[in-house]
Design a protein around this ligand. Structure first.
Ligand code: HEM
Length: 503
């Protein structure tokens, strides 16, 4: 509450004071907010061409409407929030069971197929119950650090794959479509944590099933923003609704096979009276706190949330490190001092690598993989700025816009990991809500610790082994939004081997 009071003070907002609202006859409300109509929004999306770069639409519309405005998306009214202070106000009033959006299209699929909701789509007390079961082994440091050796094996395979790719078609050094390659790493990495099973994604030939999974995730993310433009009753008649459902069917099918395989393995061990322990899924199954259908719902959503997020972030890190050789050199010096020779890094080593963490932090500021998050007010009406919003207001938190805002981050377009180092002047002045890439509060990212561990282990070992250089063809790669922030075209980089003694 103290923080909220301070924030209101900072932004000059006044709590429930009709006389000072500036609107004759009372408090300013959502009706008093400016913003584009549905037609204007359609014009922005389809005529001006902002559909694939909705992150940039935040920036442009903020210039026109200021830090708080409303937009119409078909049946939805969305309140856009594009200042660190106002985002803080929304998040600090989110209540006991925060809701991101009610995800009607994702939930409709689950109802259609009788599948359970997972942490992404569940709401209210049921969501809290799921999180309390899923959280400990995903977020507690002692459990997360135990995944380091499993992840390191995947990193070793990735390094081999980089060498192999370079030798195949890259004149010894070039790797094409780094994000595509890292997608395979991230899928393999999260599967190894969840199932303690290797999927073979880093083999020379990627299994067809994995390729189809990757395609289905992409389709589902591509079609999602189109589906929600239409009212629910029209969905079954949309030409792309069938594709949307098929994509989900495939995601659940892959997860189901993996869950059943694990159940069989456990049963075999039990039959042989062997002790059963191990991966995340084993733990969930043995704890018997969730039904198998519920576990399947959660595991599918973990797989979905846990792949593009990490792979895109590492891709942007490597892209920026290639463009900024000084930053890369400093990172190399840190990594090789803390973990020299062929030692494999673990959580203790990582704890001594502040610059590595700053590199990832800065990457997520420039390229927040979730460029716009959301909250729906469920419990109460809330004040944001000097507006009072009713229950069921959907807020769109414009994180991309804020983390590129010059008034929040100096030289906001430059890649400067130093700004995240403790003890620097900039760090001490930073607004805590200027860049919140993993979200906030009890509803924040469930995979944050695992994602960070994956990214730290991979990036530190890649930089120790290779010098990364830009594509000699000099291609600039910009981000686009496909629900998540992704590279608009393939990122190609050169990986110069520093020598085997380095890994
Ligand atoms: C760079 C990596 C990642 C980033 C930047 C990221 C970011 C986010 C963000 C911004 C949210 C929304 C939080 C909020 O609304 O406050 C979220 C939710 C979530 N993330 Fe991540 N994520 C990453 C990796 C992962 C991984 C690896 C997993 C799975 C192992 C994962 C699982 C989830 C789940 C299940 C949720 C929904 C939580 C809930 O609604 O209760 N994420 N993530």
């Amino acid at each position: 509450r103290a923080r909220l009071a301070r924030t209101h003070f900072r932004s000059g907002a006044v709590h429930a004071a009709p006389a000072s609202s500036g609107v004759a006859g009372g408090q300013k409300t959502i009706d008093d907010l400016g913003g584009p109509s549905f037609l204007t929004t359609l014009n922005w999306l389809f005529v001006k061409g902002f559909l694939p770069k909705m992150q940039q639409m935040q920036v442009e519309q903020r210039k026109i409407y200021g830090p708080l405005w409303k937009s119409k998306y078909g049946p939805l009214t969305v309140v856009n929030v594009a200042s660190a202070d106002l985002i803080e106000q929304v998040l600090r009033q989110e209540g006991r069971h925060p809701v991101r959006t009610d995800m009607p299209h994702w939930r409709r699929y689950r109802e259609l197929r009788n599948q359970a909701h997972g942490p992404l789509t569940e709401m209210g007390a049921k969501w809290l119950r799921i999180r309390s079961i899923l959280n400990p082994r995903m977020l507690k440091p002692k459990h997360v650090s135990s995944y380091a050796s499993t992840i390191n094996q995947v990193v070793t395979d990735f390094i081999q794959r980089v060498l192999w790719l370079g030798a195949q078609a890259g004149g010894g050094v070039m790797v094409h479509d780094v994000a595509g390659e890292l997608y395979k790493f991230a899928f393999e990495g999260i599967c190894s944590v969840l199932f303690e099973n290797r999927m073979g994604c880093l083999n020379e030939e990627v299994p067809e099933e994995t390729q189809k999974f990757i395609f289905s995730v992409g389709e589902m993310f591509r079609l999602s923003p189109l589906v929600v433009l239409f009212p629910k009753y029209m969905w079954p008649y949309l030409p792309f609704w069938k594709q949307f459902v098929q994509a989900w069917d495939y995601l659940f099918k892959v997860a189901e096979e993996l869950v059943h395989k694990k159940m069989e393995e456990i049963q075999n061990k039990v039959d042989l009276q062997q002790s059963v322990e191990g991966a995340y899924l084993t733990h969930l199954l043995l704890s018997e706190k969730m039904s198998v259908t519920e576990i399947l719902g959660s595991i599918t959503e973990l797989l979905l949330a846990g792949v593009d997020t990490t792979s895109n972030t590492i891709s942007w890190s490597l892209y920026q490190l290639a463009q900024n050789p000084d930053v890369q050199e400093r990172l190399y010096q840190e990594v090789s001092a803390v973990c020299p020779g062929d030692q494999l890094p673990n959580s203790d080593h990582i704890a001594q690598m502040p610059y590595l963490k700053a590199v990832i932090r800065e990457t997520l500021r420039l390229y927040p993989v979730v460029p716009g998050n959301a909250r729906v007010t469920v419990d109460n009406e809330i004040m944001v700025g000097d507006y009072l919003f009713p229950k069921q207001t959907l807020f769109h938190l414009c994180h991309y816009c804020v983390s590129h805002d010059e008034s929040v981050f100096l030289n906001s377009h430059a890649f400067q990991p130093e700004r995240w180092l403790r003890g620097t002047e900039e760090k001490s002045k930073q607004h805590p809500f200027g860049s919140v890439p993993f979200g906030f509060g009890v509803r924040a990212c469930l995979g944050r610790r695992v994602a960070e561990l994956e990214m730290y282990l991979l990036l530190s070992r890649l930089i120790r082994r290779f010098e990364v250089r830009p594509d000699p063809a000099g291609t600039e790669v910009k981000p686009i939004t496909r629900t998540l922030l992704c590279p608009a075209k393939p990122i190609n980089l050169q990986f110069l081997d520093r020598g085997a003694g380095q890994t």
